[in-house]
Design a protein around this ligand. Structure first.
Ligand code: BEZ
Ligand code: FE
Length: 286
């Protein structure tokens, strides 16, 4: 059999899939993977090396650590899936990353997450609006970030597991605010096969500083995104390609006396203001 007929036969082999979308996606995957093999003139040895890479990724993957997600991230696939599945009119989405926890505690709007740990106090505030700029009442914000040492609680046994993360319910006018710390750039995990690939490719391993946010409200498409302080290192060179223009936000010194008094903090502190825009869910046909 010649290559074109192998490709056609392999594509056709999915034509009876019980879910037609599965059949379509698998046929296209086969088509593009075969084209890649042909165009790159992949050798047997290179193919075996690729299989070994996947085997090592499987060996290091468990419930706490997923090397395949990281591979998807550093190949830009997670980002491109975000971009193509993004509904029009809303805030851009960005990668979820491996450090999200479903069990964050609901804290009051205005919560002080920073406590007395080291770091630059940062007041994050804004509103949750619809695509037309009208407030959405009582949206939920799920927030997490790294500490002043650049680590998430999952990487740092000295941190409380709930450090610098929470859920809050916004007000009826869509507003939210919380006191936190300046986030910091950090490297993606490099102790597995993906790290070896990044090293062999002489690639940057850093992500710019960011806040992670998931915004949700009934009737609206949920938004998984990140906010990037404009002055962060690596803002133009995120190893997982998560930065979007609309998500780069100034982090500026603030002399807001009312806020300083409310939290008992010194001025100037840092302030970031950002409004999230959610897009209405399209009602599915009955
Ligand atoms: C993060 O933002 O925490 C992250 C995202 C992708 C890969 C690794 C870390
Ligand atoms: Fe992160």
């Amino acid at each position: 059999m010649h290559q074109p007929s192998v490709t056609q036969a392999a594509m056709r082999s999915f034509s009876q899939a019980t879910d037609p979308r599965l059949g379509q996606v698998m046929a296209l995957l086969v088509k593009h993977l075969h084209a890649f093999v042909v165009e790159s003139k992949l050798t047997k040895q290179e193919w075996l090396c690729g299989l070994e890479f996947l085997t090592q990724s499987a060996n290091i993957t468990d419930s706490e650590r997923n090397e395949f997600s990281l591979l998807s991230d550093i190949l830009g696939i997670s980002s491109i899936v975000d971009v193509v599945s993004q509904p029009e009119g809303g805030t851009s989405s960005s990668v979820l990353g491996p450090f999200h926890n479903h069990d964050s505690l609901v804290r009051p709007n205005g919560v002080n997450l920073s406590g007395d740990q080291p770091g630059q106090k940062t007041w994050l505030h804004g509103r949750v609006l619809d695509a037309q700029g009208q407030p959405i009442a009582y949206a939920e914000i799920d927030f997490w970030q790294n500490a002043d040492n650049g680590l998430y609680p999952a990487q740092d046994p000295l941190q409380d597991p709930h450090n610098l993360r929470c859920k809050i319910l916004c007000e009826a006018d869509g507003s939210f605010n919380l006191l936190t710390l300046r986030p910091h750039p950090y490297t993606v995990p490099t102790d597995g096969p993906v790290g070896a690939l990044l090293a062999a490719s002489q690639r940057n391993i850093w992500r710019p500083a960011h806040f992670h946010v998931i915004v949700s409200a009934p009737g609206y498409v949920g938004l998984v995104t990140e906010l990037f302080p404009a002055d962060s290192a690596y803002i133009d060179n995120d190893t997982v390609f998560g930065v979007r223009e609309g998500l780069i936000v100034p982090l500026l010194p603030s002399h807001n006396l009312e806020v300083a008094k409310r939290y008992g903090i010194e001025m100037p502190f840092l302030e970031m203001n950002f409004d999230f825009h959610l897009v209405r869910q399209i009602a599915s046909p009955a």
